[in-house]
Design a protein around this ligand. Structure first.
Ligand SMILES: [Zn+2]
Length: 303
């Protein structure tokens, strides 16, 4: 009797632990993958990274460092020594029913009209921008920042084949966009979104190294957990509205993907309606910053 009671107790305890860790696993699905890959995650920062140049210098001065160890440091780690995001703050808890609206591929002629809609409802959003240097685009980038929104790197060229050719090619493109944002707005941004998302058809062989290098430099990237579908052929204001509302309802908190190119008038058409509906349902809108744990919004199938 005593033995079987003890067994039952152990069994129940095991079930409880299993259930708990199962839930944790579901919420932070990507974390074990990233940790296994040796990639630091936001909120799990061990030390302040140093530019590779000083690392190389210190290892060179050490007589015990073998040549194999020196070769193990890839040359691209020495590129762009100004591109270090510093020590990240630990992740801040996200309130339930928080929605992060994010807009890729701008600036465009539709940026300021979109900003006007966001202003009407006192909503702050996040813009992942690409390299446009015409006068209207430069003004639009300034307006994004002046009106209090977050700005991050999407890519300079948005040419997947070029960007994802190698970590060095990625850094070349990233640096160009990062510096254009900084020179235009004064913002030294620490957030970015991969063109095509962190996992795409063009980075199968390079994604791991690129992500590891960007994590080493402490930049934080965001994928999304709700896709408005506005990039798909045949998307309408109605379909975008439906995808966003349904998607947001499925999550405790959401990063919603939209696009802000000149072709995406349908993204703008129902933006007021999307915001009004979600506000009336008790959702609040925030902009992304590095304290928002990106793990919850990452794809979890890093190649
Ligand atoms: Zn894009």
């Amino acid at each position: 009797m005593i033995v079987s009671a003890a067994f039952l107790l152990l069994f129940a305890l095991g079930m409880l632990i299993g259930q708990f860790s199962g839930k944790m696993g579901l919420f932070h699905a990507a974390k074990p993958t990233m940790a296994a890959a040796g990639m630091p995650t936001n909120g799990n920062v061990q030390s302040t990274p140093q530019p590779a140049e000083s690392e190389a210098a210190s290892s060179a001065s050490s007589s015990t460092a073998s040549s194999a160890e020196k070769e193990a440091v890839p040359a691209y780690q020495a590129m762009y020594p100004h591109l270090y995001a510093g020590t990240l703050e630990p992740s801040a808890p996200v309130k339930k029913k928080t929605v992060y609206l994010t807009f890729d591929d701008g600036p465009s002629n539709l940026t300021v009209p979109l900003l006007n809609v966001l202003d009407t409802y006192h909503v702050k959003a996040t813009f992942f921008v690409i390299g446009r240097t015409d006068r209207q685009s430069v003004e639009a980038i300034k307006e994004i920042v002046n009106r209090g929104h977050a700005i991050g790197v999407h890519s300079y060229t948005h040419q997947y084949k070029q960007i994802y050719a190698s970590p060095a090619a990625f850094l070349d493109d990233f640096a160009k966009m990062h510096d254009l944002i900084e020179n235009t707005t004064g913002v030294d941004t620490k957030i970015y979104r991969y063109a095509g998302g962190s996992v795409n058809g063009y980075n199968k062989s390079t994604a791991r190294d690129i992500i590891a290098e960007m994590n080493r430099r402490r930049y934080v990237y965001y994928d999304w957990n709700v896709d408005s579908g506005d990039a798909e052929t045949g998307a309408t204001a109605k379909s975008i509205y439906r995808e966003v509302i349904n998607g947001v309802h499925r999550h405790s908190d959401s990063v919603v993907l939209f696009h802000n190119t000149k072709f995406k008038a349908s993204t703008l058409n129902d933006m007021s309606k999307i915001i009004k509906t979600l506000q009336s349902q008790g959702y609040s809108f925030e902009k992304l910053d590095p304290s928002v744990d990106s793990v919850s919004y990452r794809f979890n199938n890093i190649p």
